[in-house]
Design a protein around this ligand. Structure first.
Ligand code: HAM
Length: 416
């Protein structure tokens, strides 16, 4: 009896080989960029204790309130599939005493993240992020360095229509005083607000700036701006970050209402969007989180970083033209030539030449068609007494008496 098909869960993505090549290329690009800037590759677990995100990302965020994949393990402990990477990196920093190393500690990471959001183009329930964090210094050059690294990655990946917004959120204290002021402003316009924003007015009025609800947007249009309320040293820090970006010639827009969906930010926040993307236009973003390590039980430690969505970077970029690379296809006149063909393929690969052979029982004609399809520039047809080495571009053909001779021919005639 035919079995029902099993489908992947909603909002997840299969990466098929044709997409896999672009993803690997992006990772190679990131590796080079981070390597030159002194960022070391790090990994943290894909699941962490739920408490880490509740405390780290913040109880009043959408992520913690409604987007986490949380489950209990056999011992009754609450675990969560990581919705983001910063909390885990900070936990590891505390757990391994990395504050005792020379500061700043710079890391980059790559991997899957999970958020239970409504799936749509560019928004998935499992997605990949490339991210970077620098812990242990509040020097404005780190903020600028990280923004420039993200900019370089996105540019070199070919992301189109990029825009950079930056802002500053100051300290939690400034934000508290400001929140009071904003709350009062919004209370006076309460009947205009979306239900969501109204429900959060007490806990997190800043989220009103994130809303696309028309009434809420109207209510925040003339609201006081946090960026105008910063303490002198935070304002100075922001000025310095901007000066470094100006020196680097990076274009940005200061957005006094930039709020990000995570509660740990202090001072600098930034976000790159791409016009090539639809509603989910955020390609990458981040900021400073000078209180997070302490909130996770570590010593007072400033930090700054960002993450960018791998799928969104690729969606925002045009696929590069397929790269031509030399490839030998070993065709078999008959199935019994498998062993000779297999040996030739092994030898070619051992000499650093890309080689494939017939492994699906096609006719010789079918094999030659297949060789062209996989992009081979040369074909070897293995027969009983002779091996024919054919150049598919020039149609040149030479004969060899055995696999060794064929190998010699293929190696002496280096691929173009
Ligand atoms: P985030 O802005 O929440 O920041 O996520 C960073 C990037 O991940 C987004 O710009 C987007 O490209 C991608 N992303 C987020 N959610 C989804 C989704 N559902 N589907 C596809 N892509 C998605 C953070 O995660 C912070 N940890 C960044 C950070 C690091 N801040 C400081 N250090």
């Amino acid at each position: 009896m035919a079995q029902a098909k099993i489908q992947a869960p909603r909002g997840t993505l299969d990466v098929l080989p044709e997409d896999g090549a672009r993803r690997r290329e992006l990772v190679r690009l990131a590796e080079g960029i981070f390597g030159r800037a002194g960022y070391g590759y790090a990994e943290t677990p894909i699941f962490e204790s739920t408490e880490l995100f509740a405390r780290g990302v913040g109880d009043a965020t959408d992520i913690v309130e409604k987007e986490m994949f949380t489950f209990e393990d056999q011992g009754g402990r609450s675990l969560t599939l990581r919705p983001e990477g910063t909390a885990g990196v900070c936990r590891a920093y505390v757990e391994h005493g990395l504050h005792k190393r020379p500061q700043p500690v710079r890391v980059w990471y790559l991997g899957p993240f999970f958020r239970h959001e409504a799936p749509q183009a560019g928004r998935y329930r499992q997605f990949a992020q490339i991210g970077a964090e620098a812990l242990g210094s509040d020097d404005p050059s780190l903020d600028a360095e990280l923004i420039l690294l993200l900019s370089e990655l996105l540019e070199r990946a070919g992301a189109r229509g990029l825009r950079l917004s930056i802002g500053s959120l100051g300290t939690p204290e400034t934000r508290r005083t400001y929140s009071e002021e904003l709350r009062e402003h919004l209370r006076e316009r309460e009947d205009q607000l979306s239900e969501d924003v109204r429900a959060r007015l007490d806990r997190n009025p800043l989220r009103a700036f994130d809303s696309d609800h028309p009434g809420t947007r109207a209510a925040v249009a003339d609201a006081p701006r946090l960026i105008d309320r910063l303490a002198a040293e935070d304002s100075q820090h922001f000025t310095e970050v901007r000066a470094l970006l100006d020196d680097a010639g990076l274009a940005y827009e200061v957005d006094g209402t930039l709020v990000r969906g995570l509660d740990y930010y202090t001072r600098t926040v930034f976000e790159f969007t791409s016009e090539a993307l639809g509603a989910q236009s955020g390609v990458g973003g981040g900021g400073r989180y000078d209180r997070l390590v302490e909130r996770l039980g570590g010593p007072p430690t400033p930090g700054v970083g960002w993450a960018a969505g791998v799928e969104r970077i690729l969606l925002a970029s045009l696929a590069p033209a397929a790269e031509e690379r030399p490839l030998v296809f070993v065709a078999l006149e008959r199935a019994e030539h498998r062993r000779a063909g297999f040996r030739l393929v092994r030898d070619l690969r051992a000499h650093g030449v890309a080689a494939q052979m017939e492994q699906a029982g096609r006719s010789l004609k079918g094999q030659l068609k297949h060789a062209a399809r996989v992009g081979a520039d040369r074909v070897v047809i293995v027969g009983a007494d002779v091996l024919r080495v054919r150049d598919l571009r020039t149609r040149d053909e030479r004969s060899a008496a055995d696999p060794d001779e064929a190998l010699a021919l293929l190696l002496e005639q280096p691929p173009r």
